[in-house]
Design a protein around this ligand. Structure first.
Ligand code: FAD
Length: 315
């Protein structure tokens, strides 16, 4: 019955927007996820310095021109890049008519500072927020007074401040701080119950890890849509970074590619795109309709993956 009501509300919302002649750029991701055909979305990250802003904007625009189902913009924990998240997410939505998802981390800011960002997102008409805790800062105690400790607290606050579609992170291989995957799933369930509409996964390189995670999450009652996040690894340095994030399993097939092509940037890029494409095809073939690509401000990588899947995506 509740599902039926949700569907009716969705149809009414869409019809009202169409009647008013509003653009579809401010669609909620929960609505996009009702589509039953394969879709891709892409991620960009804001510049670390003002000098780099124009370059990032150009890359963002080139990715937006591919017309993904939505684009996400990451959030630099604490100061620095964070002001640009709202700016870039608005630009994607307003200039390219592509729905945007603004990431928001909370661990390094006071609750008042986080509330201000939520107000800015509301003012900019951004309807989708990926609510994250962020990594625990090494230089200060944790949690600081008047700061958040876990993402679920941020989700509760976002929920109370507007009609946002709220996403959250999940970790098919378990979050690094969690000693036991079982606890991680229990915390995930608690987070989802606070009002999460969808989840996006950490990168993974073996799809069986995702399928196993989905089974365990569903068994524990985590029923919201889960969007797999796929990282095309296009240079050997990325591999070093991935290995430094403990817990990410690199299959032998993947390691062989890096061993063979890691010293040849063009060959590594081609092989990395092919590997990611292969993972995405397998996900679509197994009934998943939506995949998020960590395109890392690289329009050529996003475009190559989309071109590899042109018939599947009907683009
Ligand atoms: P939480 O859900 O709060 O979980 C953090 C840890 O605490 C987990 O180990 C969990 O099991 C545990 N936990 C949760 N609740 C409880 C509880 N009640 N009691 C005890 N333990 C608990 N980082 C950025 O800085 N910027 C970004 O833009 C960004 N985007 C991301 C996007 C995705 C899709 C993903 C997967 C990660 C992203 N991150 C980003 C990284 C993220 O901020 C870190 O992984 C962070 O350490 C955890 O954030 P979280 O929201 O998952 O935290």
């Amino acid at each position: 019955m509740e599902e039926f009501r949700k569907t009716i509300r969705r149809i009414i919302r869409r019809n009202v927007k169409q009647t008013k002649g509003e653009k579809q750029n401010n669609m909620k991701i929960s609505d996009i996820l009702t589509e039953k055909t394969p879709h891709l979305s892409f991620e960009v990250f804001p510049p670390k310095t003002d000098a780099a802003y124009e370059g990032v904007l150009k890359a963002t625009e080139a990715i937006a021109e591919l017309k993904p189902s939505y684009m996400s913009v990451t959030y630099g924990a604490g100061g620095g890049t964070s002001k640009n998240t709202v700016k870039i997410a608005s630009h994607i939505k307003d200039k390219y008519n592509v729905p945007s998802l603004a990431h928001l981390t909370c661990v390094s800011s006071t609750k008042e500072e986080v509330h201000q960002v939520i107000s800015q997102l509301k003012e900019a008409g951004i309807e989708n927020i990926l609510a994250l805790r962020g990594d625990i800062p090494k230089e200060s105690e944790f949690p600081l007074p008047n700061h958040y400790q876990y993402a679920y607290e941020l989700i509760q606050d976002i929920k109370s401040q507007g009609d946002f579609c709220i996403g959250a992170a999940c970790y098919p291989e378990g979050h690094v701080e969690s000693e036991h995957k079982k606890d991680d799933i229990e915390h995930l369930k608690q987070k989802v119950d606070c009002g999460v509409d969808f989840l996006t996964t950490q990168m993974f390189f073996d799809n069986n890890i995702l399928y196993n995670f989905l089974y365990r999450a569903r068994e524990k009652g985590v029923m919201v849509p889960v969007i797999p996040g796929i990282m095309p690894v296009t240079n050997a340095n990325q591999v070093k970074r991935i290995l430094s994030m403990s817990g990410t399993n690199l299959p032998e097939r993947f390691k062989a590619i890096v061993d063979r092509f890691g010293d040849n940037p063009k060959a590594m890029q081609q092989a990395g795109i092919a590997y990611a494409t292969d993972q995405i095809i397998d996900l679509f073939a197994n009934g998943i309709n939506h995949v998020h690509v960590y395109s890392m401000n690289k329009p050529e990588v996003a475009a190559a993956i989309q071109a590899n899947l042109s018939e599947i995506l009907n683009k």
